[in-house]
Design a protein around this ligand. Structure first.
Ligand code: ZN
Length: 195
């Protein structure tokens, strides 16, 4: 899948919206990204995950692991394409991202880490730290969309299906606020997918 196809699929399903939004950081911006909206369609999840899996088809991956919650579906579907195991990391009491639930991981196993949207890459970095502490060899990171502007670096191969530059502004410097455009509530915008 080329970048344009990925972006178009995100737009078609409302996973990428254009407008005037308040981000969790408190900043404002023109785009809204929510990968769950595209992944709610199993056929799209399969297509995207197959494209990610193809990037690592020759890497003898033993385990695909994603940070919860965004990485759970991705890890499962990419692992299905690669014919290997899937697991996910989740927060522990200290804020680390760790494997729980008795997920199997043998020392020396080759692990692919996947995430839907990379913003700062914090959860992926924590997951890598944990996996390496367990003796895993982290082969690479596969993401649907890298919106970090190149800032997300993981010390291993990074394969995004698409890259998006998302500008954000402090509310007092927001050009949309200045133009009187009302803030939109992304949760209230549901998109009926055209076929
Ligand atoms: Zn604004």
């Amino acid at each position: 899948m080329i970048q344009e196809e990925v972006i178009s699929l995100f737009k078609k399903t409302g996973a990428l919206l254009e407008g005037h939004f308040l981000y969790t950081s408190g900043r404002h911006g023109k785009q809204f990204l929510q990968a769950a909206r595209v992944l709610q369609y199993p056929q799209h999840a399969e297509q995207l995950c197959r494209a990610l899996a193809e990037r690592f088809a020759d890497d003898q991956i033993d385990l695909v692991c994603g940070p919860a919650t965004g990485g759970i579906v991705l890890a499962y579907e990419v692992a299905r394409c690669l014919g290997c195991r899937a697991a996910y990391t989740e927060k522990d009491e200290d804020g680390n991202m760790v494997l729980r639930r008795g997920f199997l991981l043998r020392a020396g196993e080759r692990v692919l880490v996947v995430e839907d949207i990379t913003t700062t890459g914090g959860s992926v970095k924590k997951s890598i730290r944990h996996l390496q502490s367990r003796g895993a060899e982290v082969v690479g990171v596969g993401v649907l969309i890298d919106r970090s502007g190149g800032e997300a670096q993981f010390g291993c191969r990074l394969e995004p299906l698409a890259r998006i530059a998302m500008e954000s502004y402090q509310p007092e410097n927001c050009p949309l606020c200045a133009a009187g455009v009302p803030l939109m509530d992304a949760d209230l915008i549901t998109v009926q997918q055209g076929s």
